[in-house]
Write a protein that binds this ligand. Structure first.
Ligand code: NGQ
Ligand code: ZN
Length: 461
């Protein structure tokens, strides 16, 4: 059995010293022992954290980052979405794979060891299905496997262009599936990955705008029959216009609708963004046990608004973080902006400081995001404990932000003290995938990515 040894490691109870990890052959942790001997173990060169989950990704959007920051005045989420539709209308499965490969390597190097791929680009450019319905899903799966990142594939149910079953537009035609066809993609993925502990499969009804109560219920029934614990993710209440349209459609706000009608929100669910909630909705979502999937850098980039994090956390709410459009690929930046958004609106400091995390903002952010991310991705991750995946991140003891920090301030320094990447080595499922800041495939993957971006930008003109 392989053994690792760390001077300091973040365990479920908090920081521990002289921790010995025994790795089992199946990629899990067999034993985690504090105050242990280093004898015969590989000594890790810095403090060790569990790998972070990136619970919300649209991988292809990585190649759009920086493309939509021009133009004054009338730009909004909705005009960004038009540009995104144009971009997506040209992408080939091979290009999606090349972009996802680059993204997943960037994620690993930043300390993410698992991703939730909210996958909605299903069909050919004219909207007809590929001969293999799951063609593009295989591409993102291949990118994850080749990079070594763990993945929860969430094939998206997308049927309509707005509340009440409005017809989908041209730009959405590559996304469209009825529930039965979506479930065929889910079943194919489940069959192929049944014995792969690096992969889980769930579903993602895209948003209340893209489903009807009937198709939503049918998809939830379908996935529940296949796996009663499978994750279910959905975008909700990201823009105020969505709240207004939902009120006009059913008389309720989006989160309130989900709490009251149609579905049973519980620990399987992850509501992405949930930006615009009133106090009752924040309470209700917290009590449901569902995870709020927060994507602070994308929410800032798209002008969404600020999630009511202080109230949600005070009510016992669970959250995780996602890179979403990948304008940033950094758990540090997501967590930092989660707290900064609160400070900028409240004009106070240290709003997300949980007494259970020693009132440290850094520890509160990291520990909640680890837990909520693991729950949302439906895999045994986010904890350095026996039976969990051996997904761990070794921080770079040479990074200035860690200099002289005692354990109780280490996570504050991790989140708030600088910009150089503090991640040195990354292990996923017992395999080293990043060593001293490098991934073994980073050069060829970057070369392929550059070629794809050049093709795409050429076509953009
Ligand atoms: C998406 N992205 O599906 O990629 C969405 C935009 C929509 C974000 N919401 C499209 N950040 O919500 O209709
Ligand atoms: Zn999204």
């Amino acid at each position: 059995m392989t053994a690792l040894f760390a001077d300091r490691a973040l365990l479920p109870m908090g920081w521990a010293r002289d921790v010995r990890f025994e790795l089992a052959g199946d990629g899990t942790l067999a034993a985690v022992t504090p105050h242990a001997e280093a004898e015969g173990a590989e000594r890790l060169p810095g403090p060790v954290l569990p790998g972070m989950a990136n619970l919300h990704s649209h991988a292809f959007q990585r190649a759009m980052a920086g493309l939509t920051e021009h133009g004054a005045g009338e730009e909004s989420f909705w005009t960004w979405r038009e540009v995104m539709y144009r971009f997506v209308s040209r992408l080939s499965p091979e290009q999606v794979e090349a972009i996802a490969s680059q993204l997943y390597i960037e994620m690993l190097k930043a300390g993410y060891t698992a991703v939730g791929e909210f996958h909605y680009l299903h069909h050919d450019t004219d909207g007809s299905p590929y001969s293999d319905l799951a063609e593009v899903a295989w591409r993102v799966l291949a990118a994850a496997r080749d990079s070594g990142i763990g993945i929860t594939v969430l094939p998206v149910l997308y049927g309509y262009g707005g509340f009440g079953g409005q017809a989908a537009g041209e730009g959405q035609r590559r996304f469209l599936n009825a529930p039965d066809r979506l479930l065929r993609i889910v079943e194919a993925l489940r069959r192929e990955t049944a014995n792969d502990p690096q992969v889980a499969v769930g579903i993602a009804p895209h948003s209340l705008r893209a489903v009807t109560p009937e198709t939503l219920a049918e998809a939830v029934r379908g996935i529940t029959a296949l796996d009663p614990a499978a994750p279910i993710h959905m975008h909700v209440a990201e823009q105020t216009r969505e709240v207004e349209d939902c009120l006009a459609w059913c008389g309720k706000r989006p989160v309130q609708y989900l709490l009251d009608d149609g579905v049973t929100l519980d620990a399987r669910w992850c509501l992405i963004h949930a930006t615009h909630m009133d106090a009752a909705e924040a309470q209700g979502l917290a009590k449901s046990g569902a995870v709020a999937g927060l994507c602070p850098t994308t929410e800032a980039n798209l002008g969404d608004g600020i999630f009511p994090a202080e109230a949600f956390l005070a009510a016992g709410g669970r959250f995780g973080i996602g890179g979403d459009s990948h304008v940033s690929v950094s758990p540090v930046e997501e967590l930092r902006w989660l707290e900064y958004g609160q400070r900028l609106t409240a004009r106070r400091r240290n709003l997300l400081a949980d007494p259970a995390c020693g009132n440290s903002v850094g520890a509160t952010l990291v520990r909640h995001a680890l837990e909520g991310g693991a729950q949302a991705l439906g895999r045994p991750i986010g904890r350095l404990a026996p039976g969990c995946r051996a997904d761990l991140v070794v921080l770079d003891a040479r990074n200035s932000r860690l200099a002289g920090q005692p354990e109780e301030r280490l996570l504050d320094a991790f989140v708030f003290a600088g910009n150089a990447n503090p991640v040195r080595d990354v292990m996923v499922g017992g395999q080293w995938v990043v060593r001293d800041g490098h991934h073994p495939a980073e050069e060829p993957v970057l070369t392929a990515y550059r070629a794809v971006v050049a093709e795409l930008l050429d076509a953009e003109g």
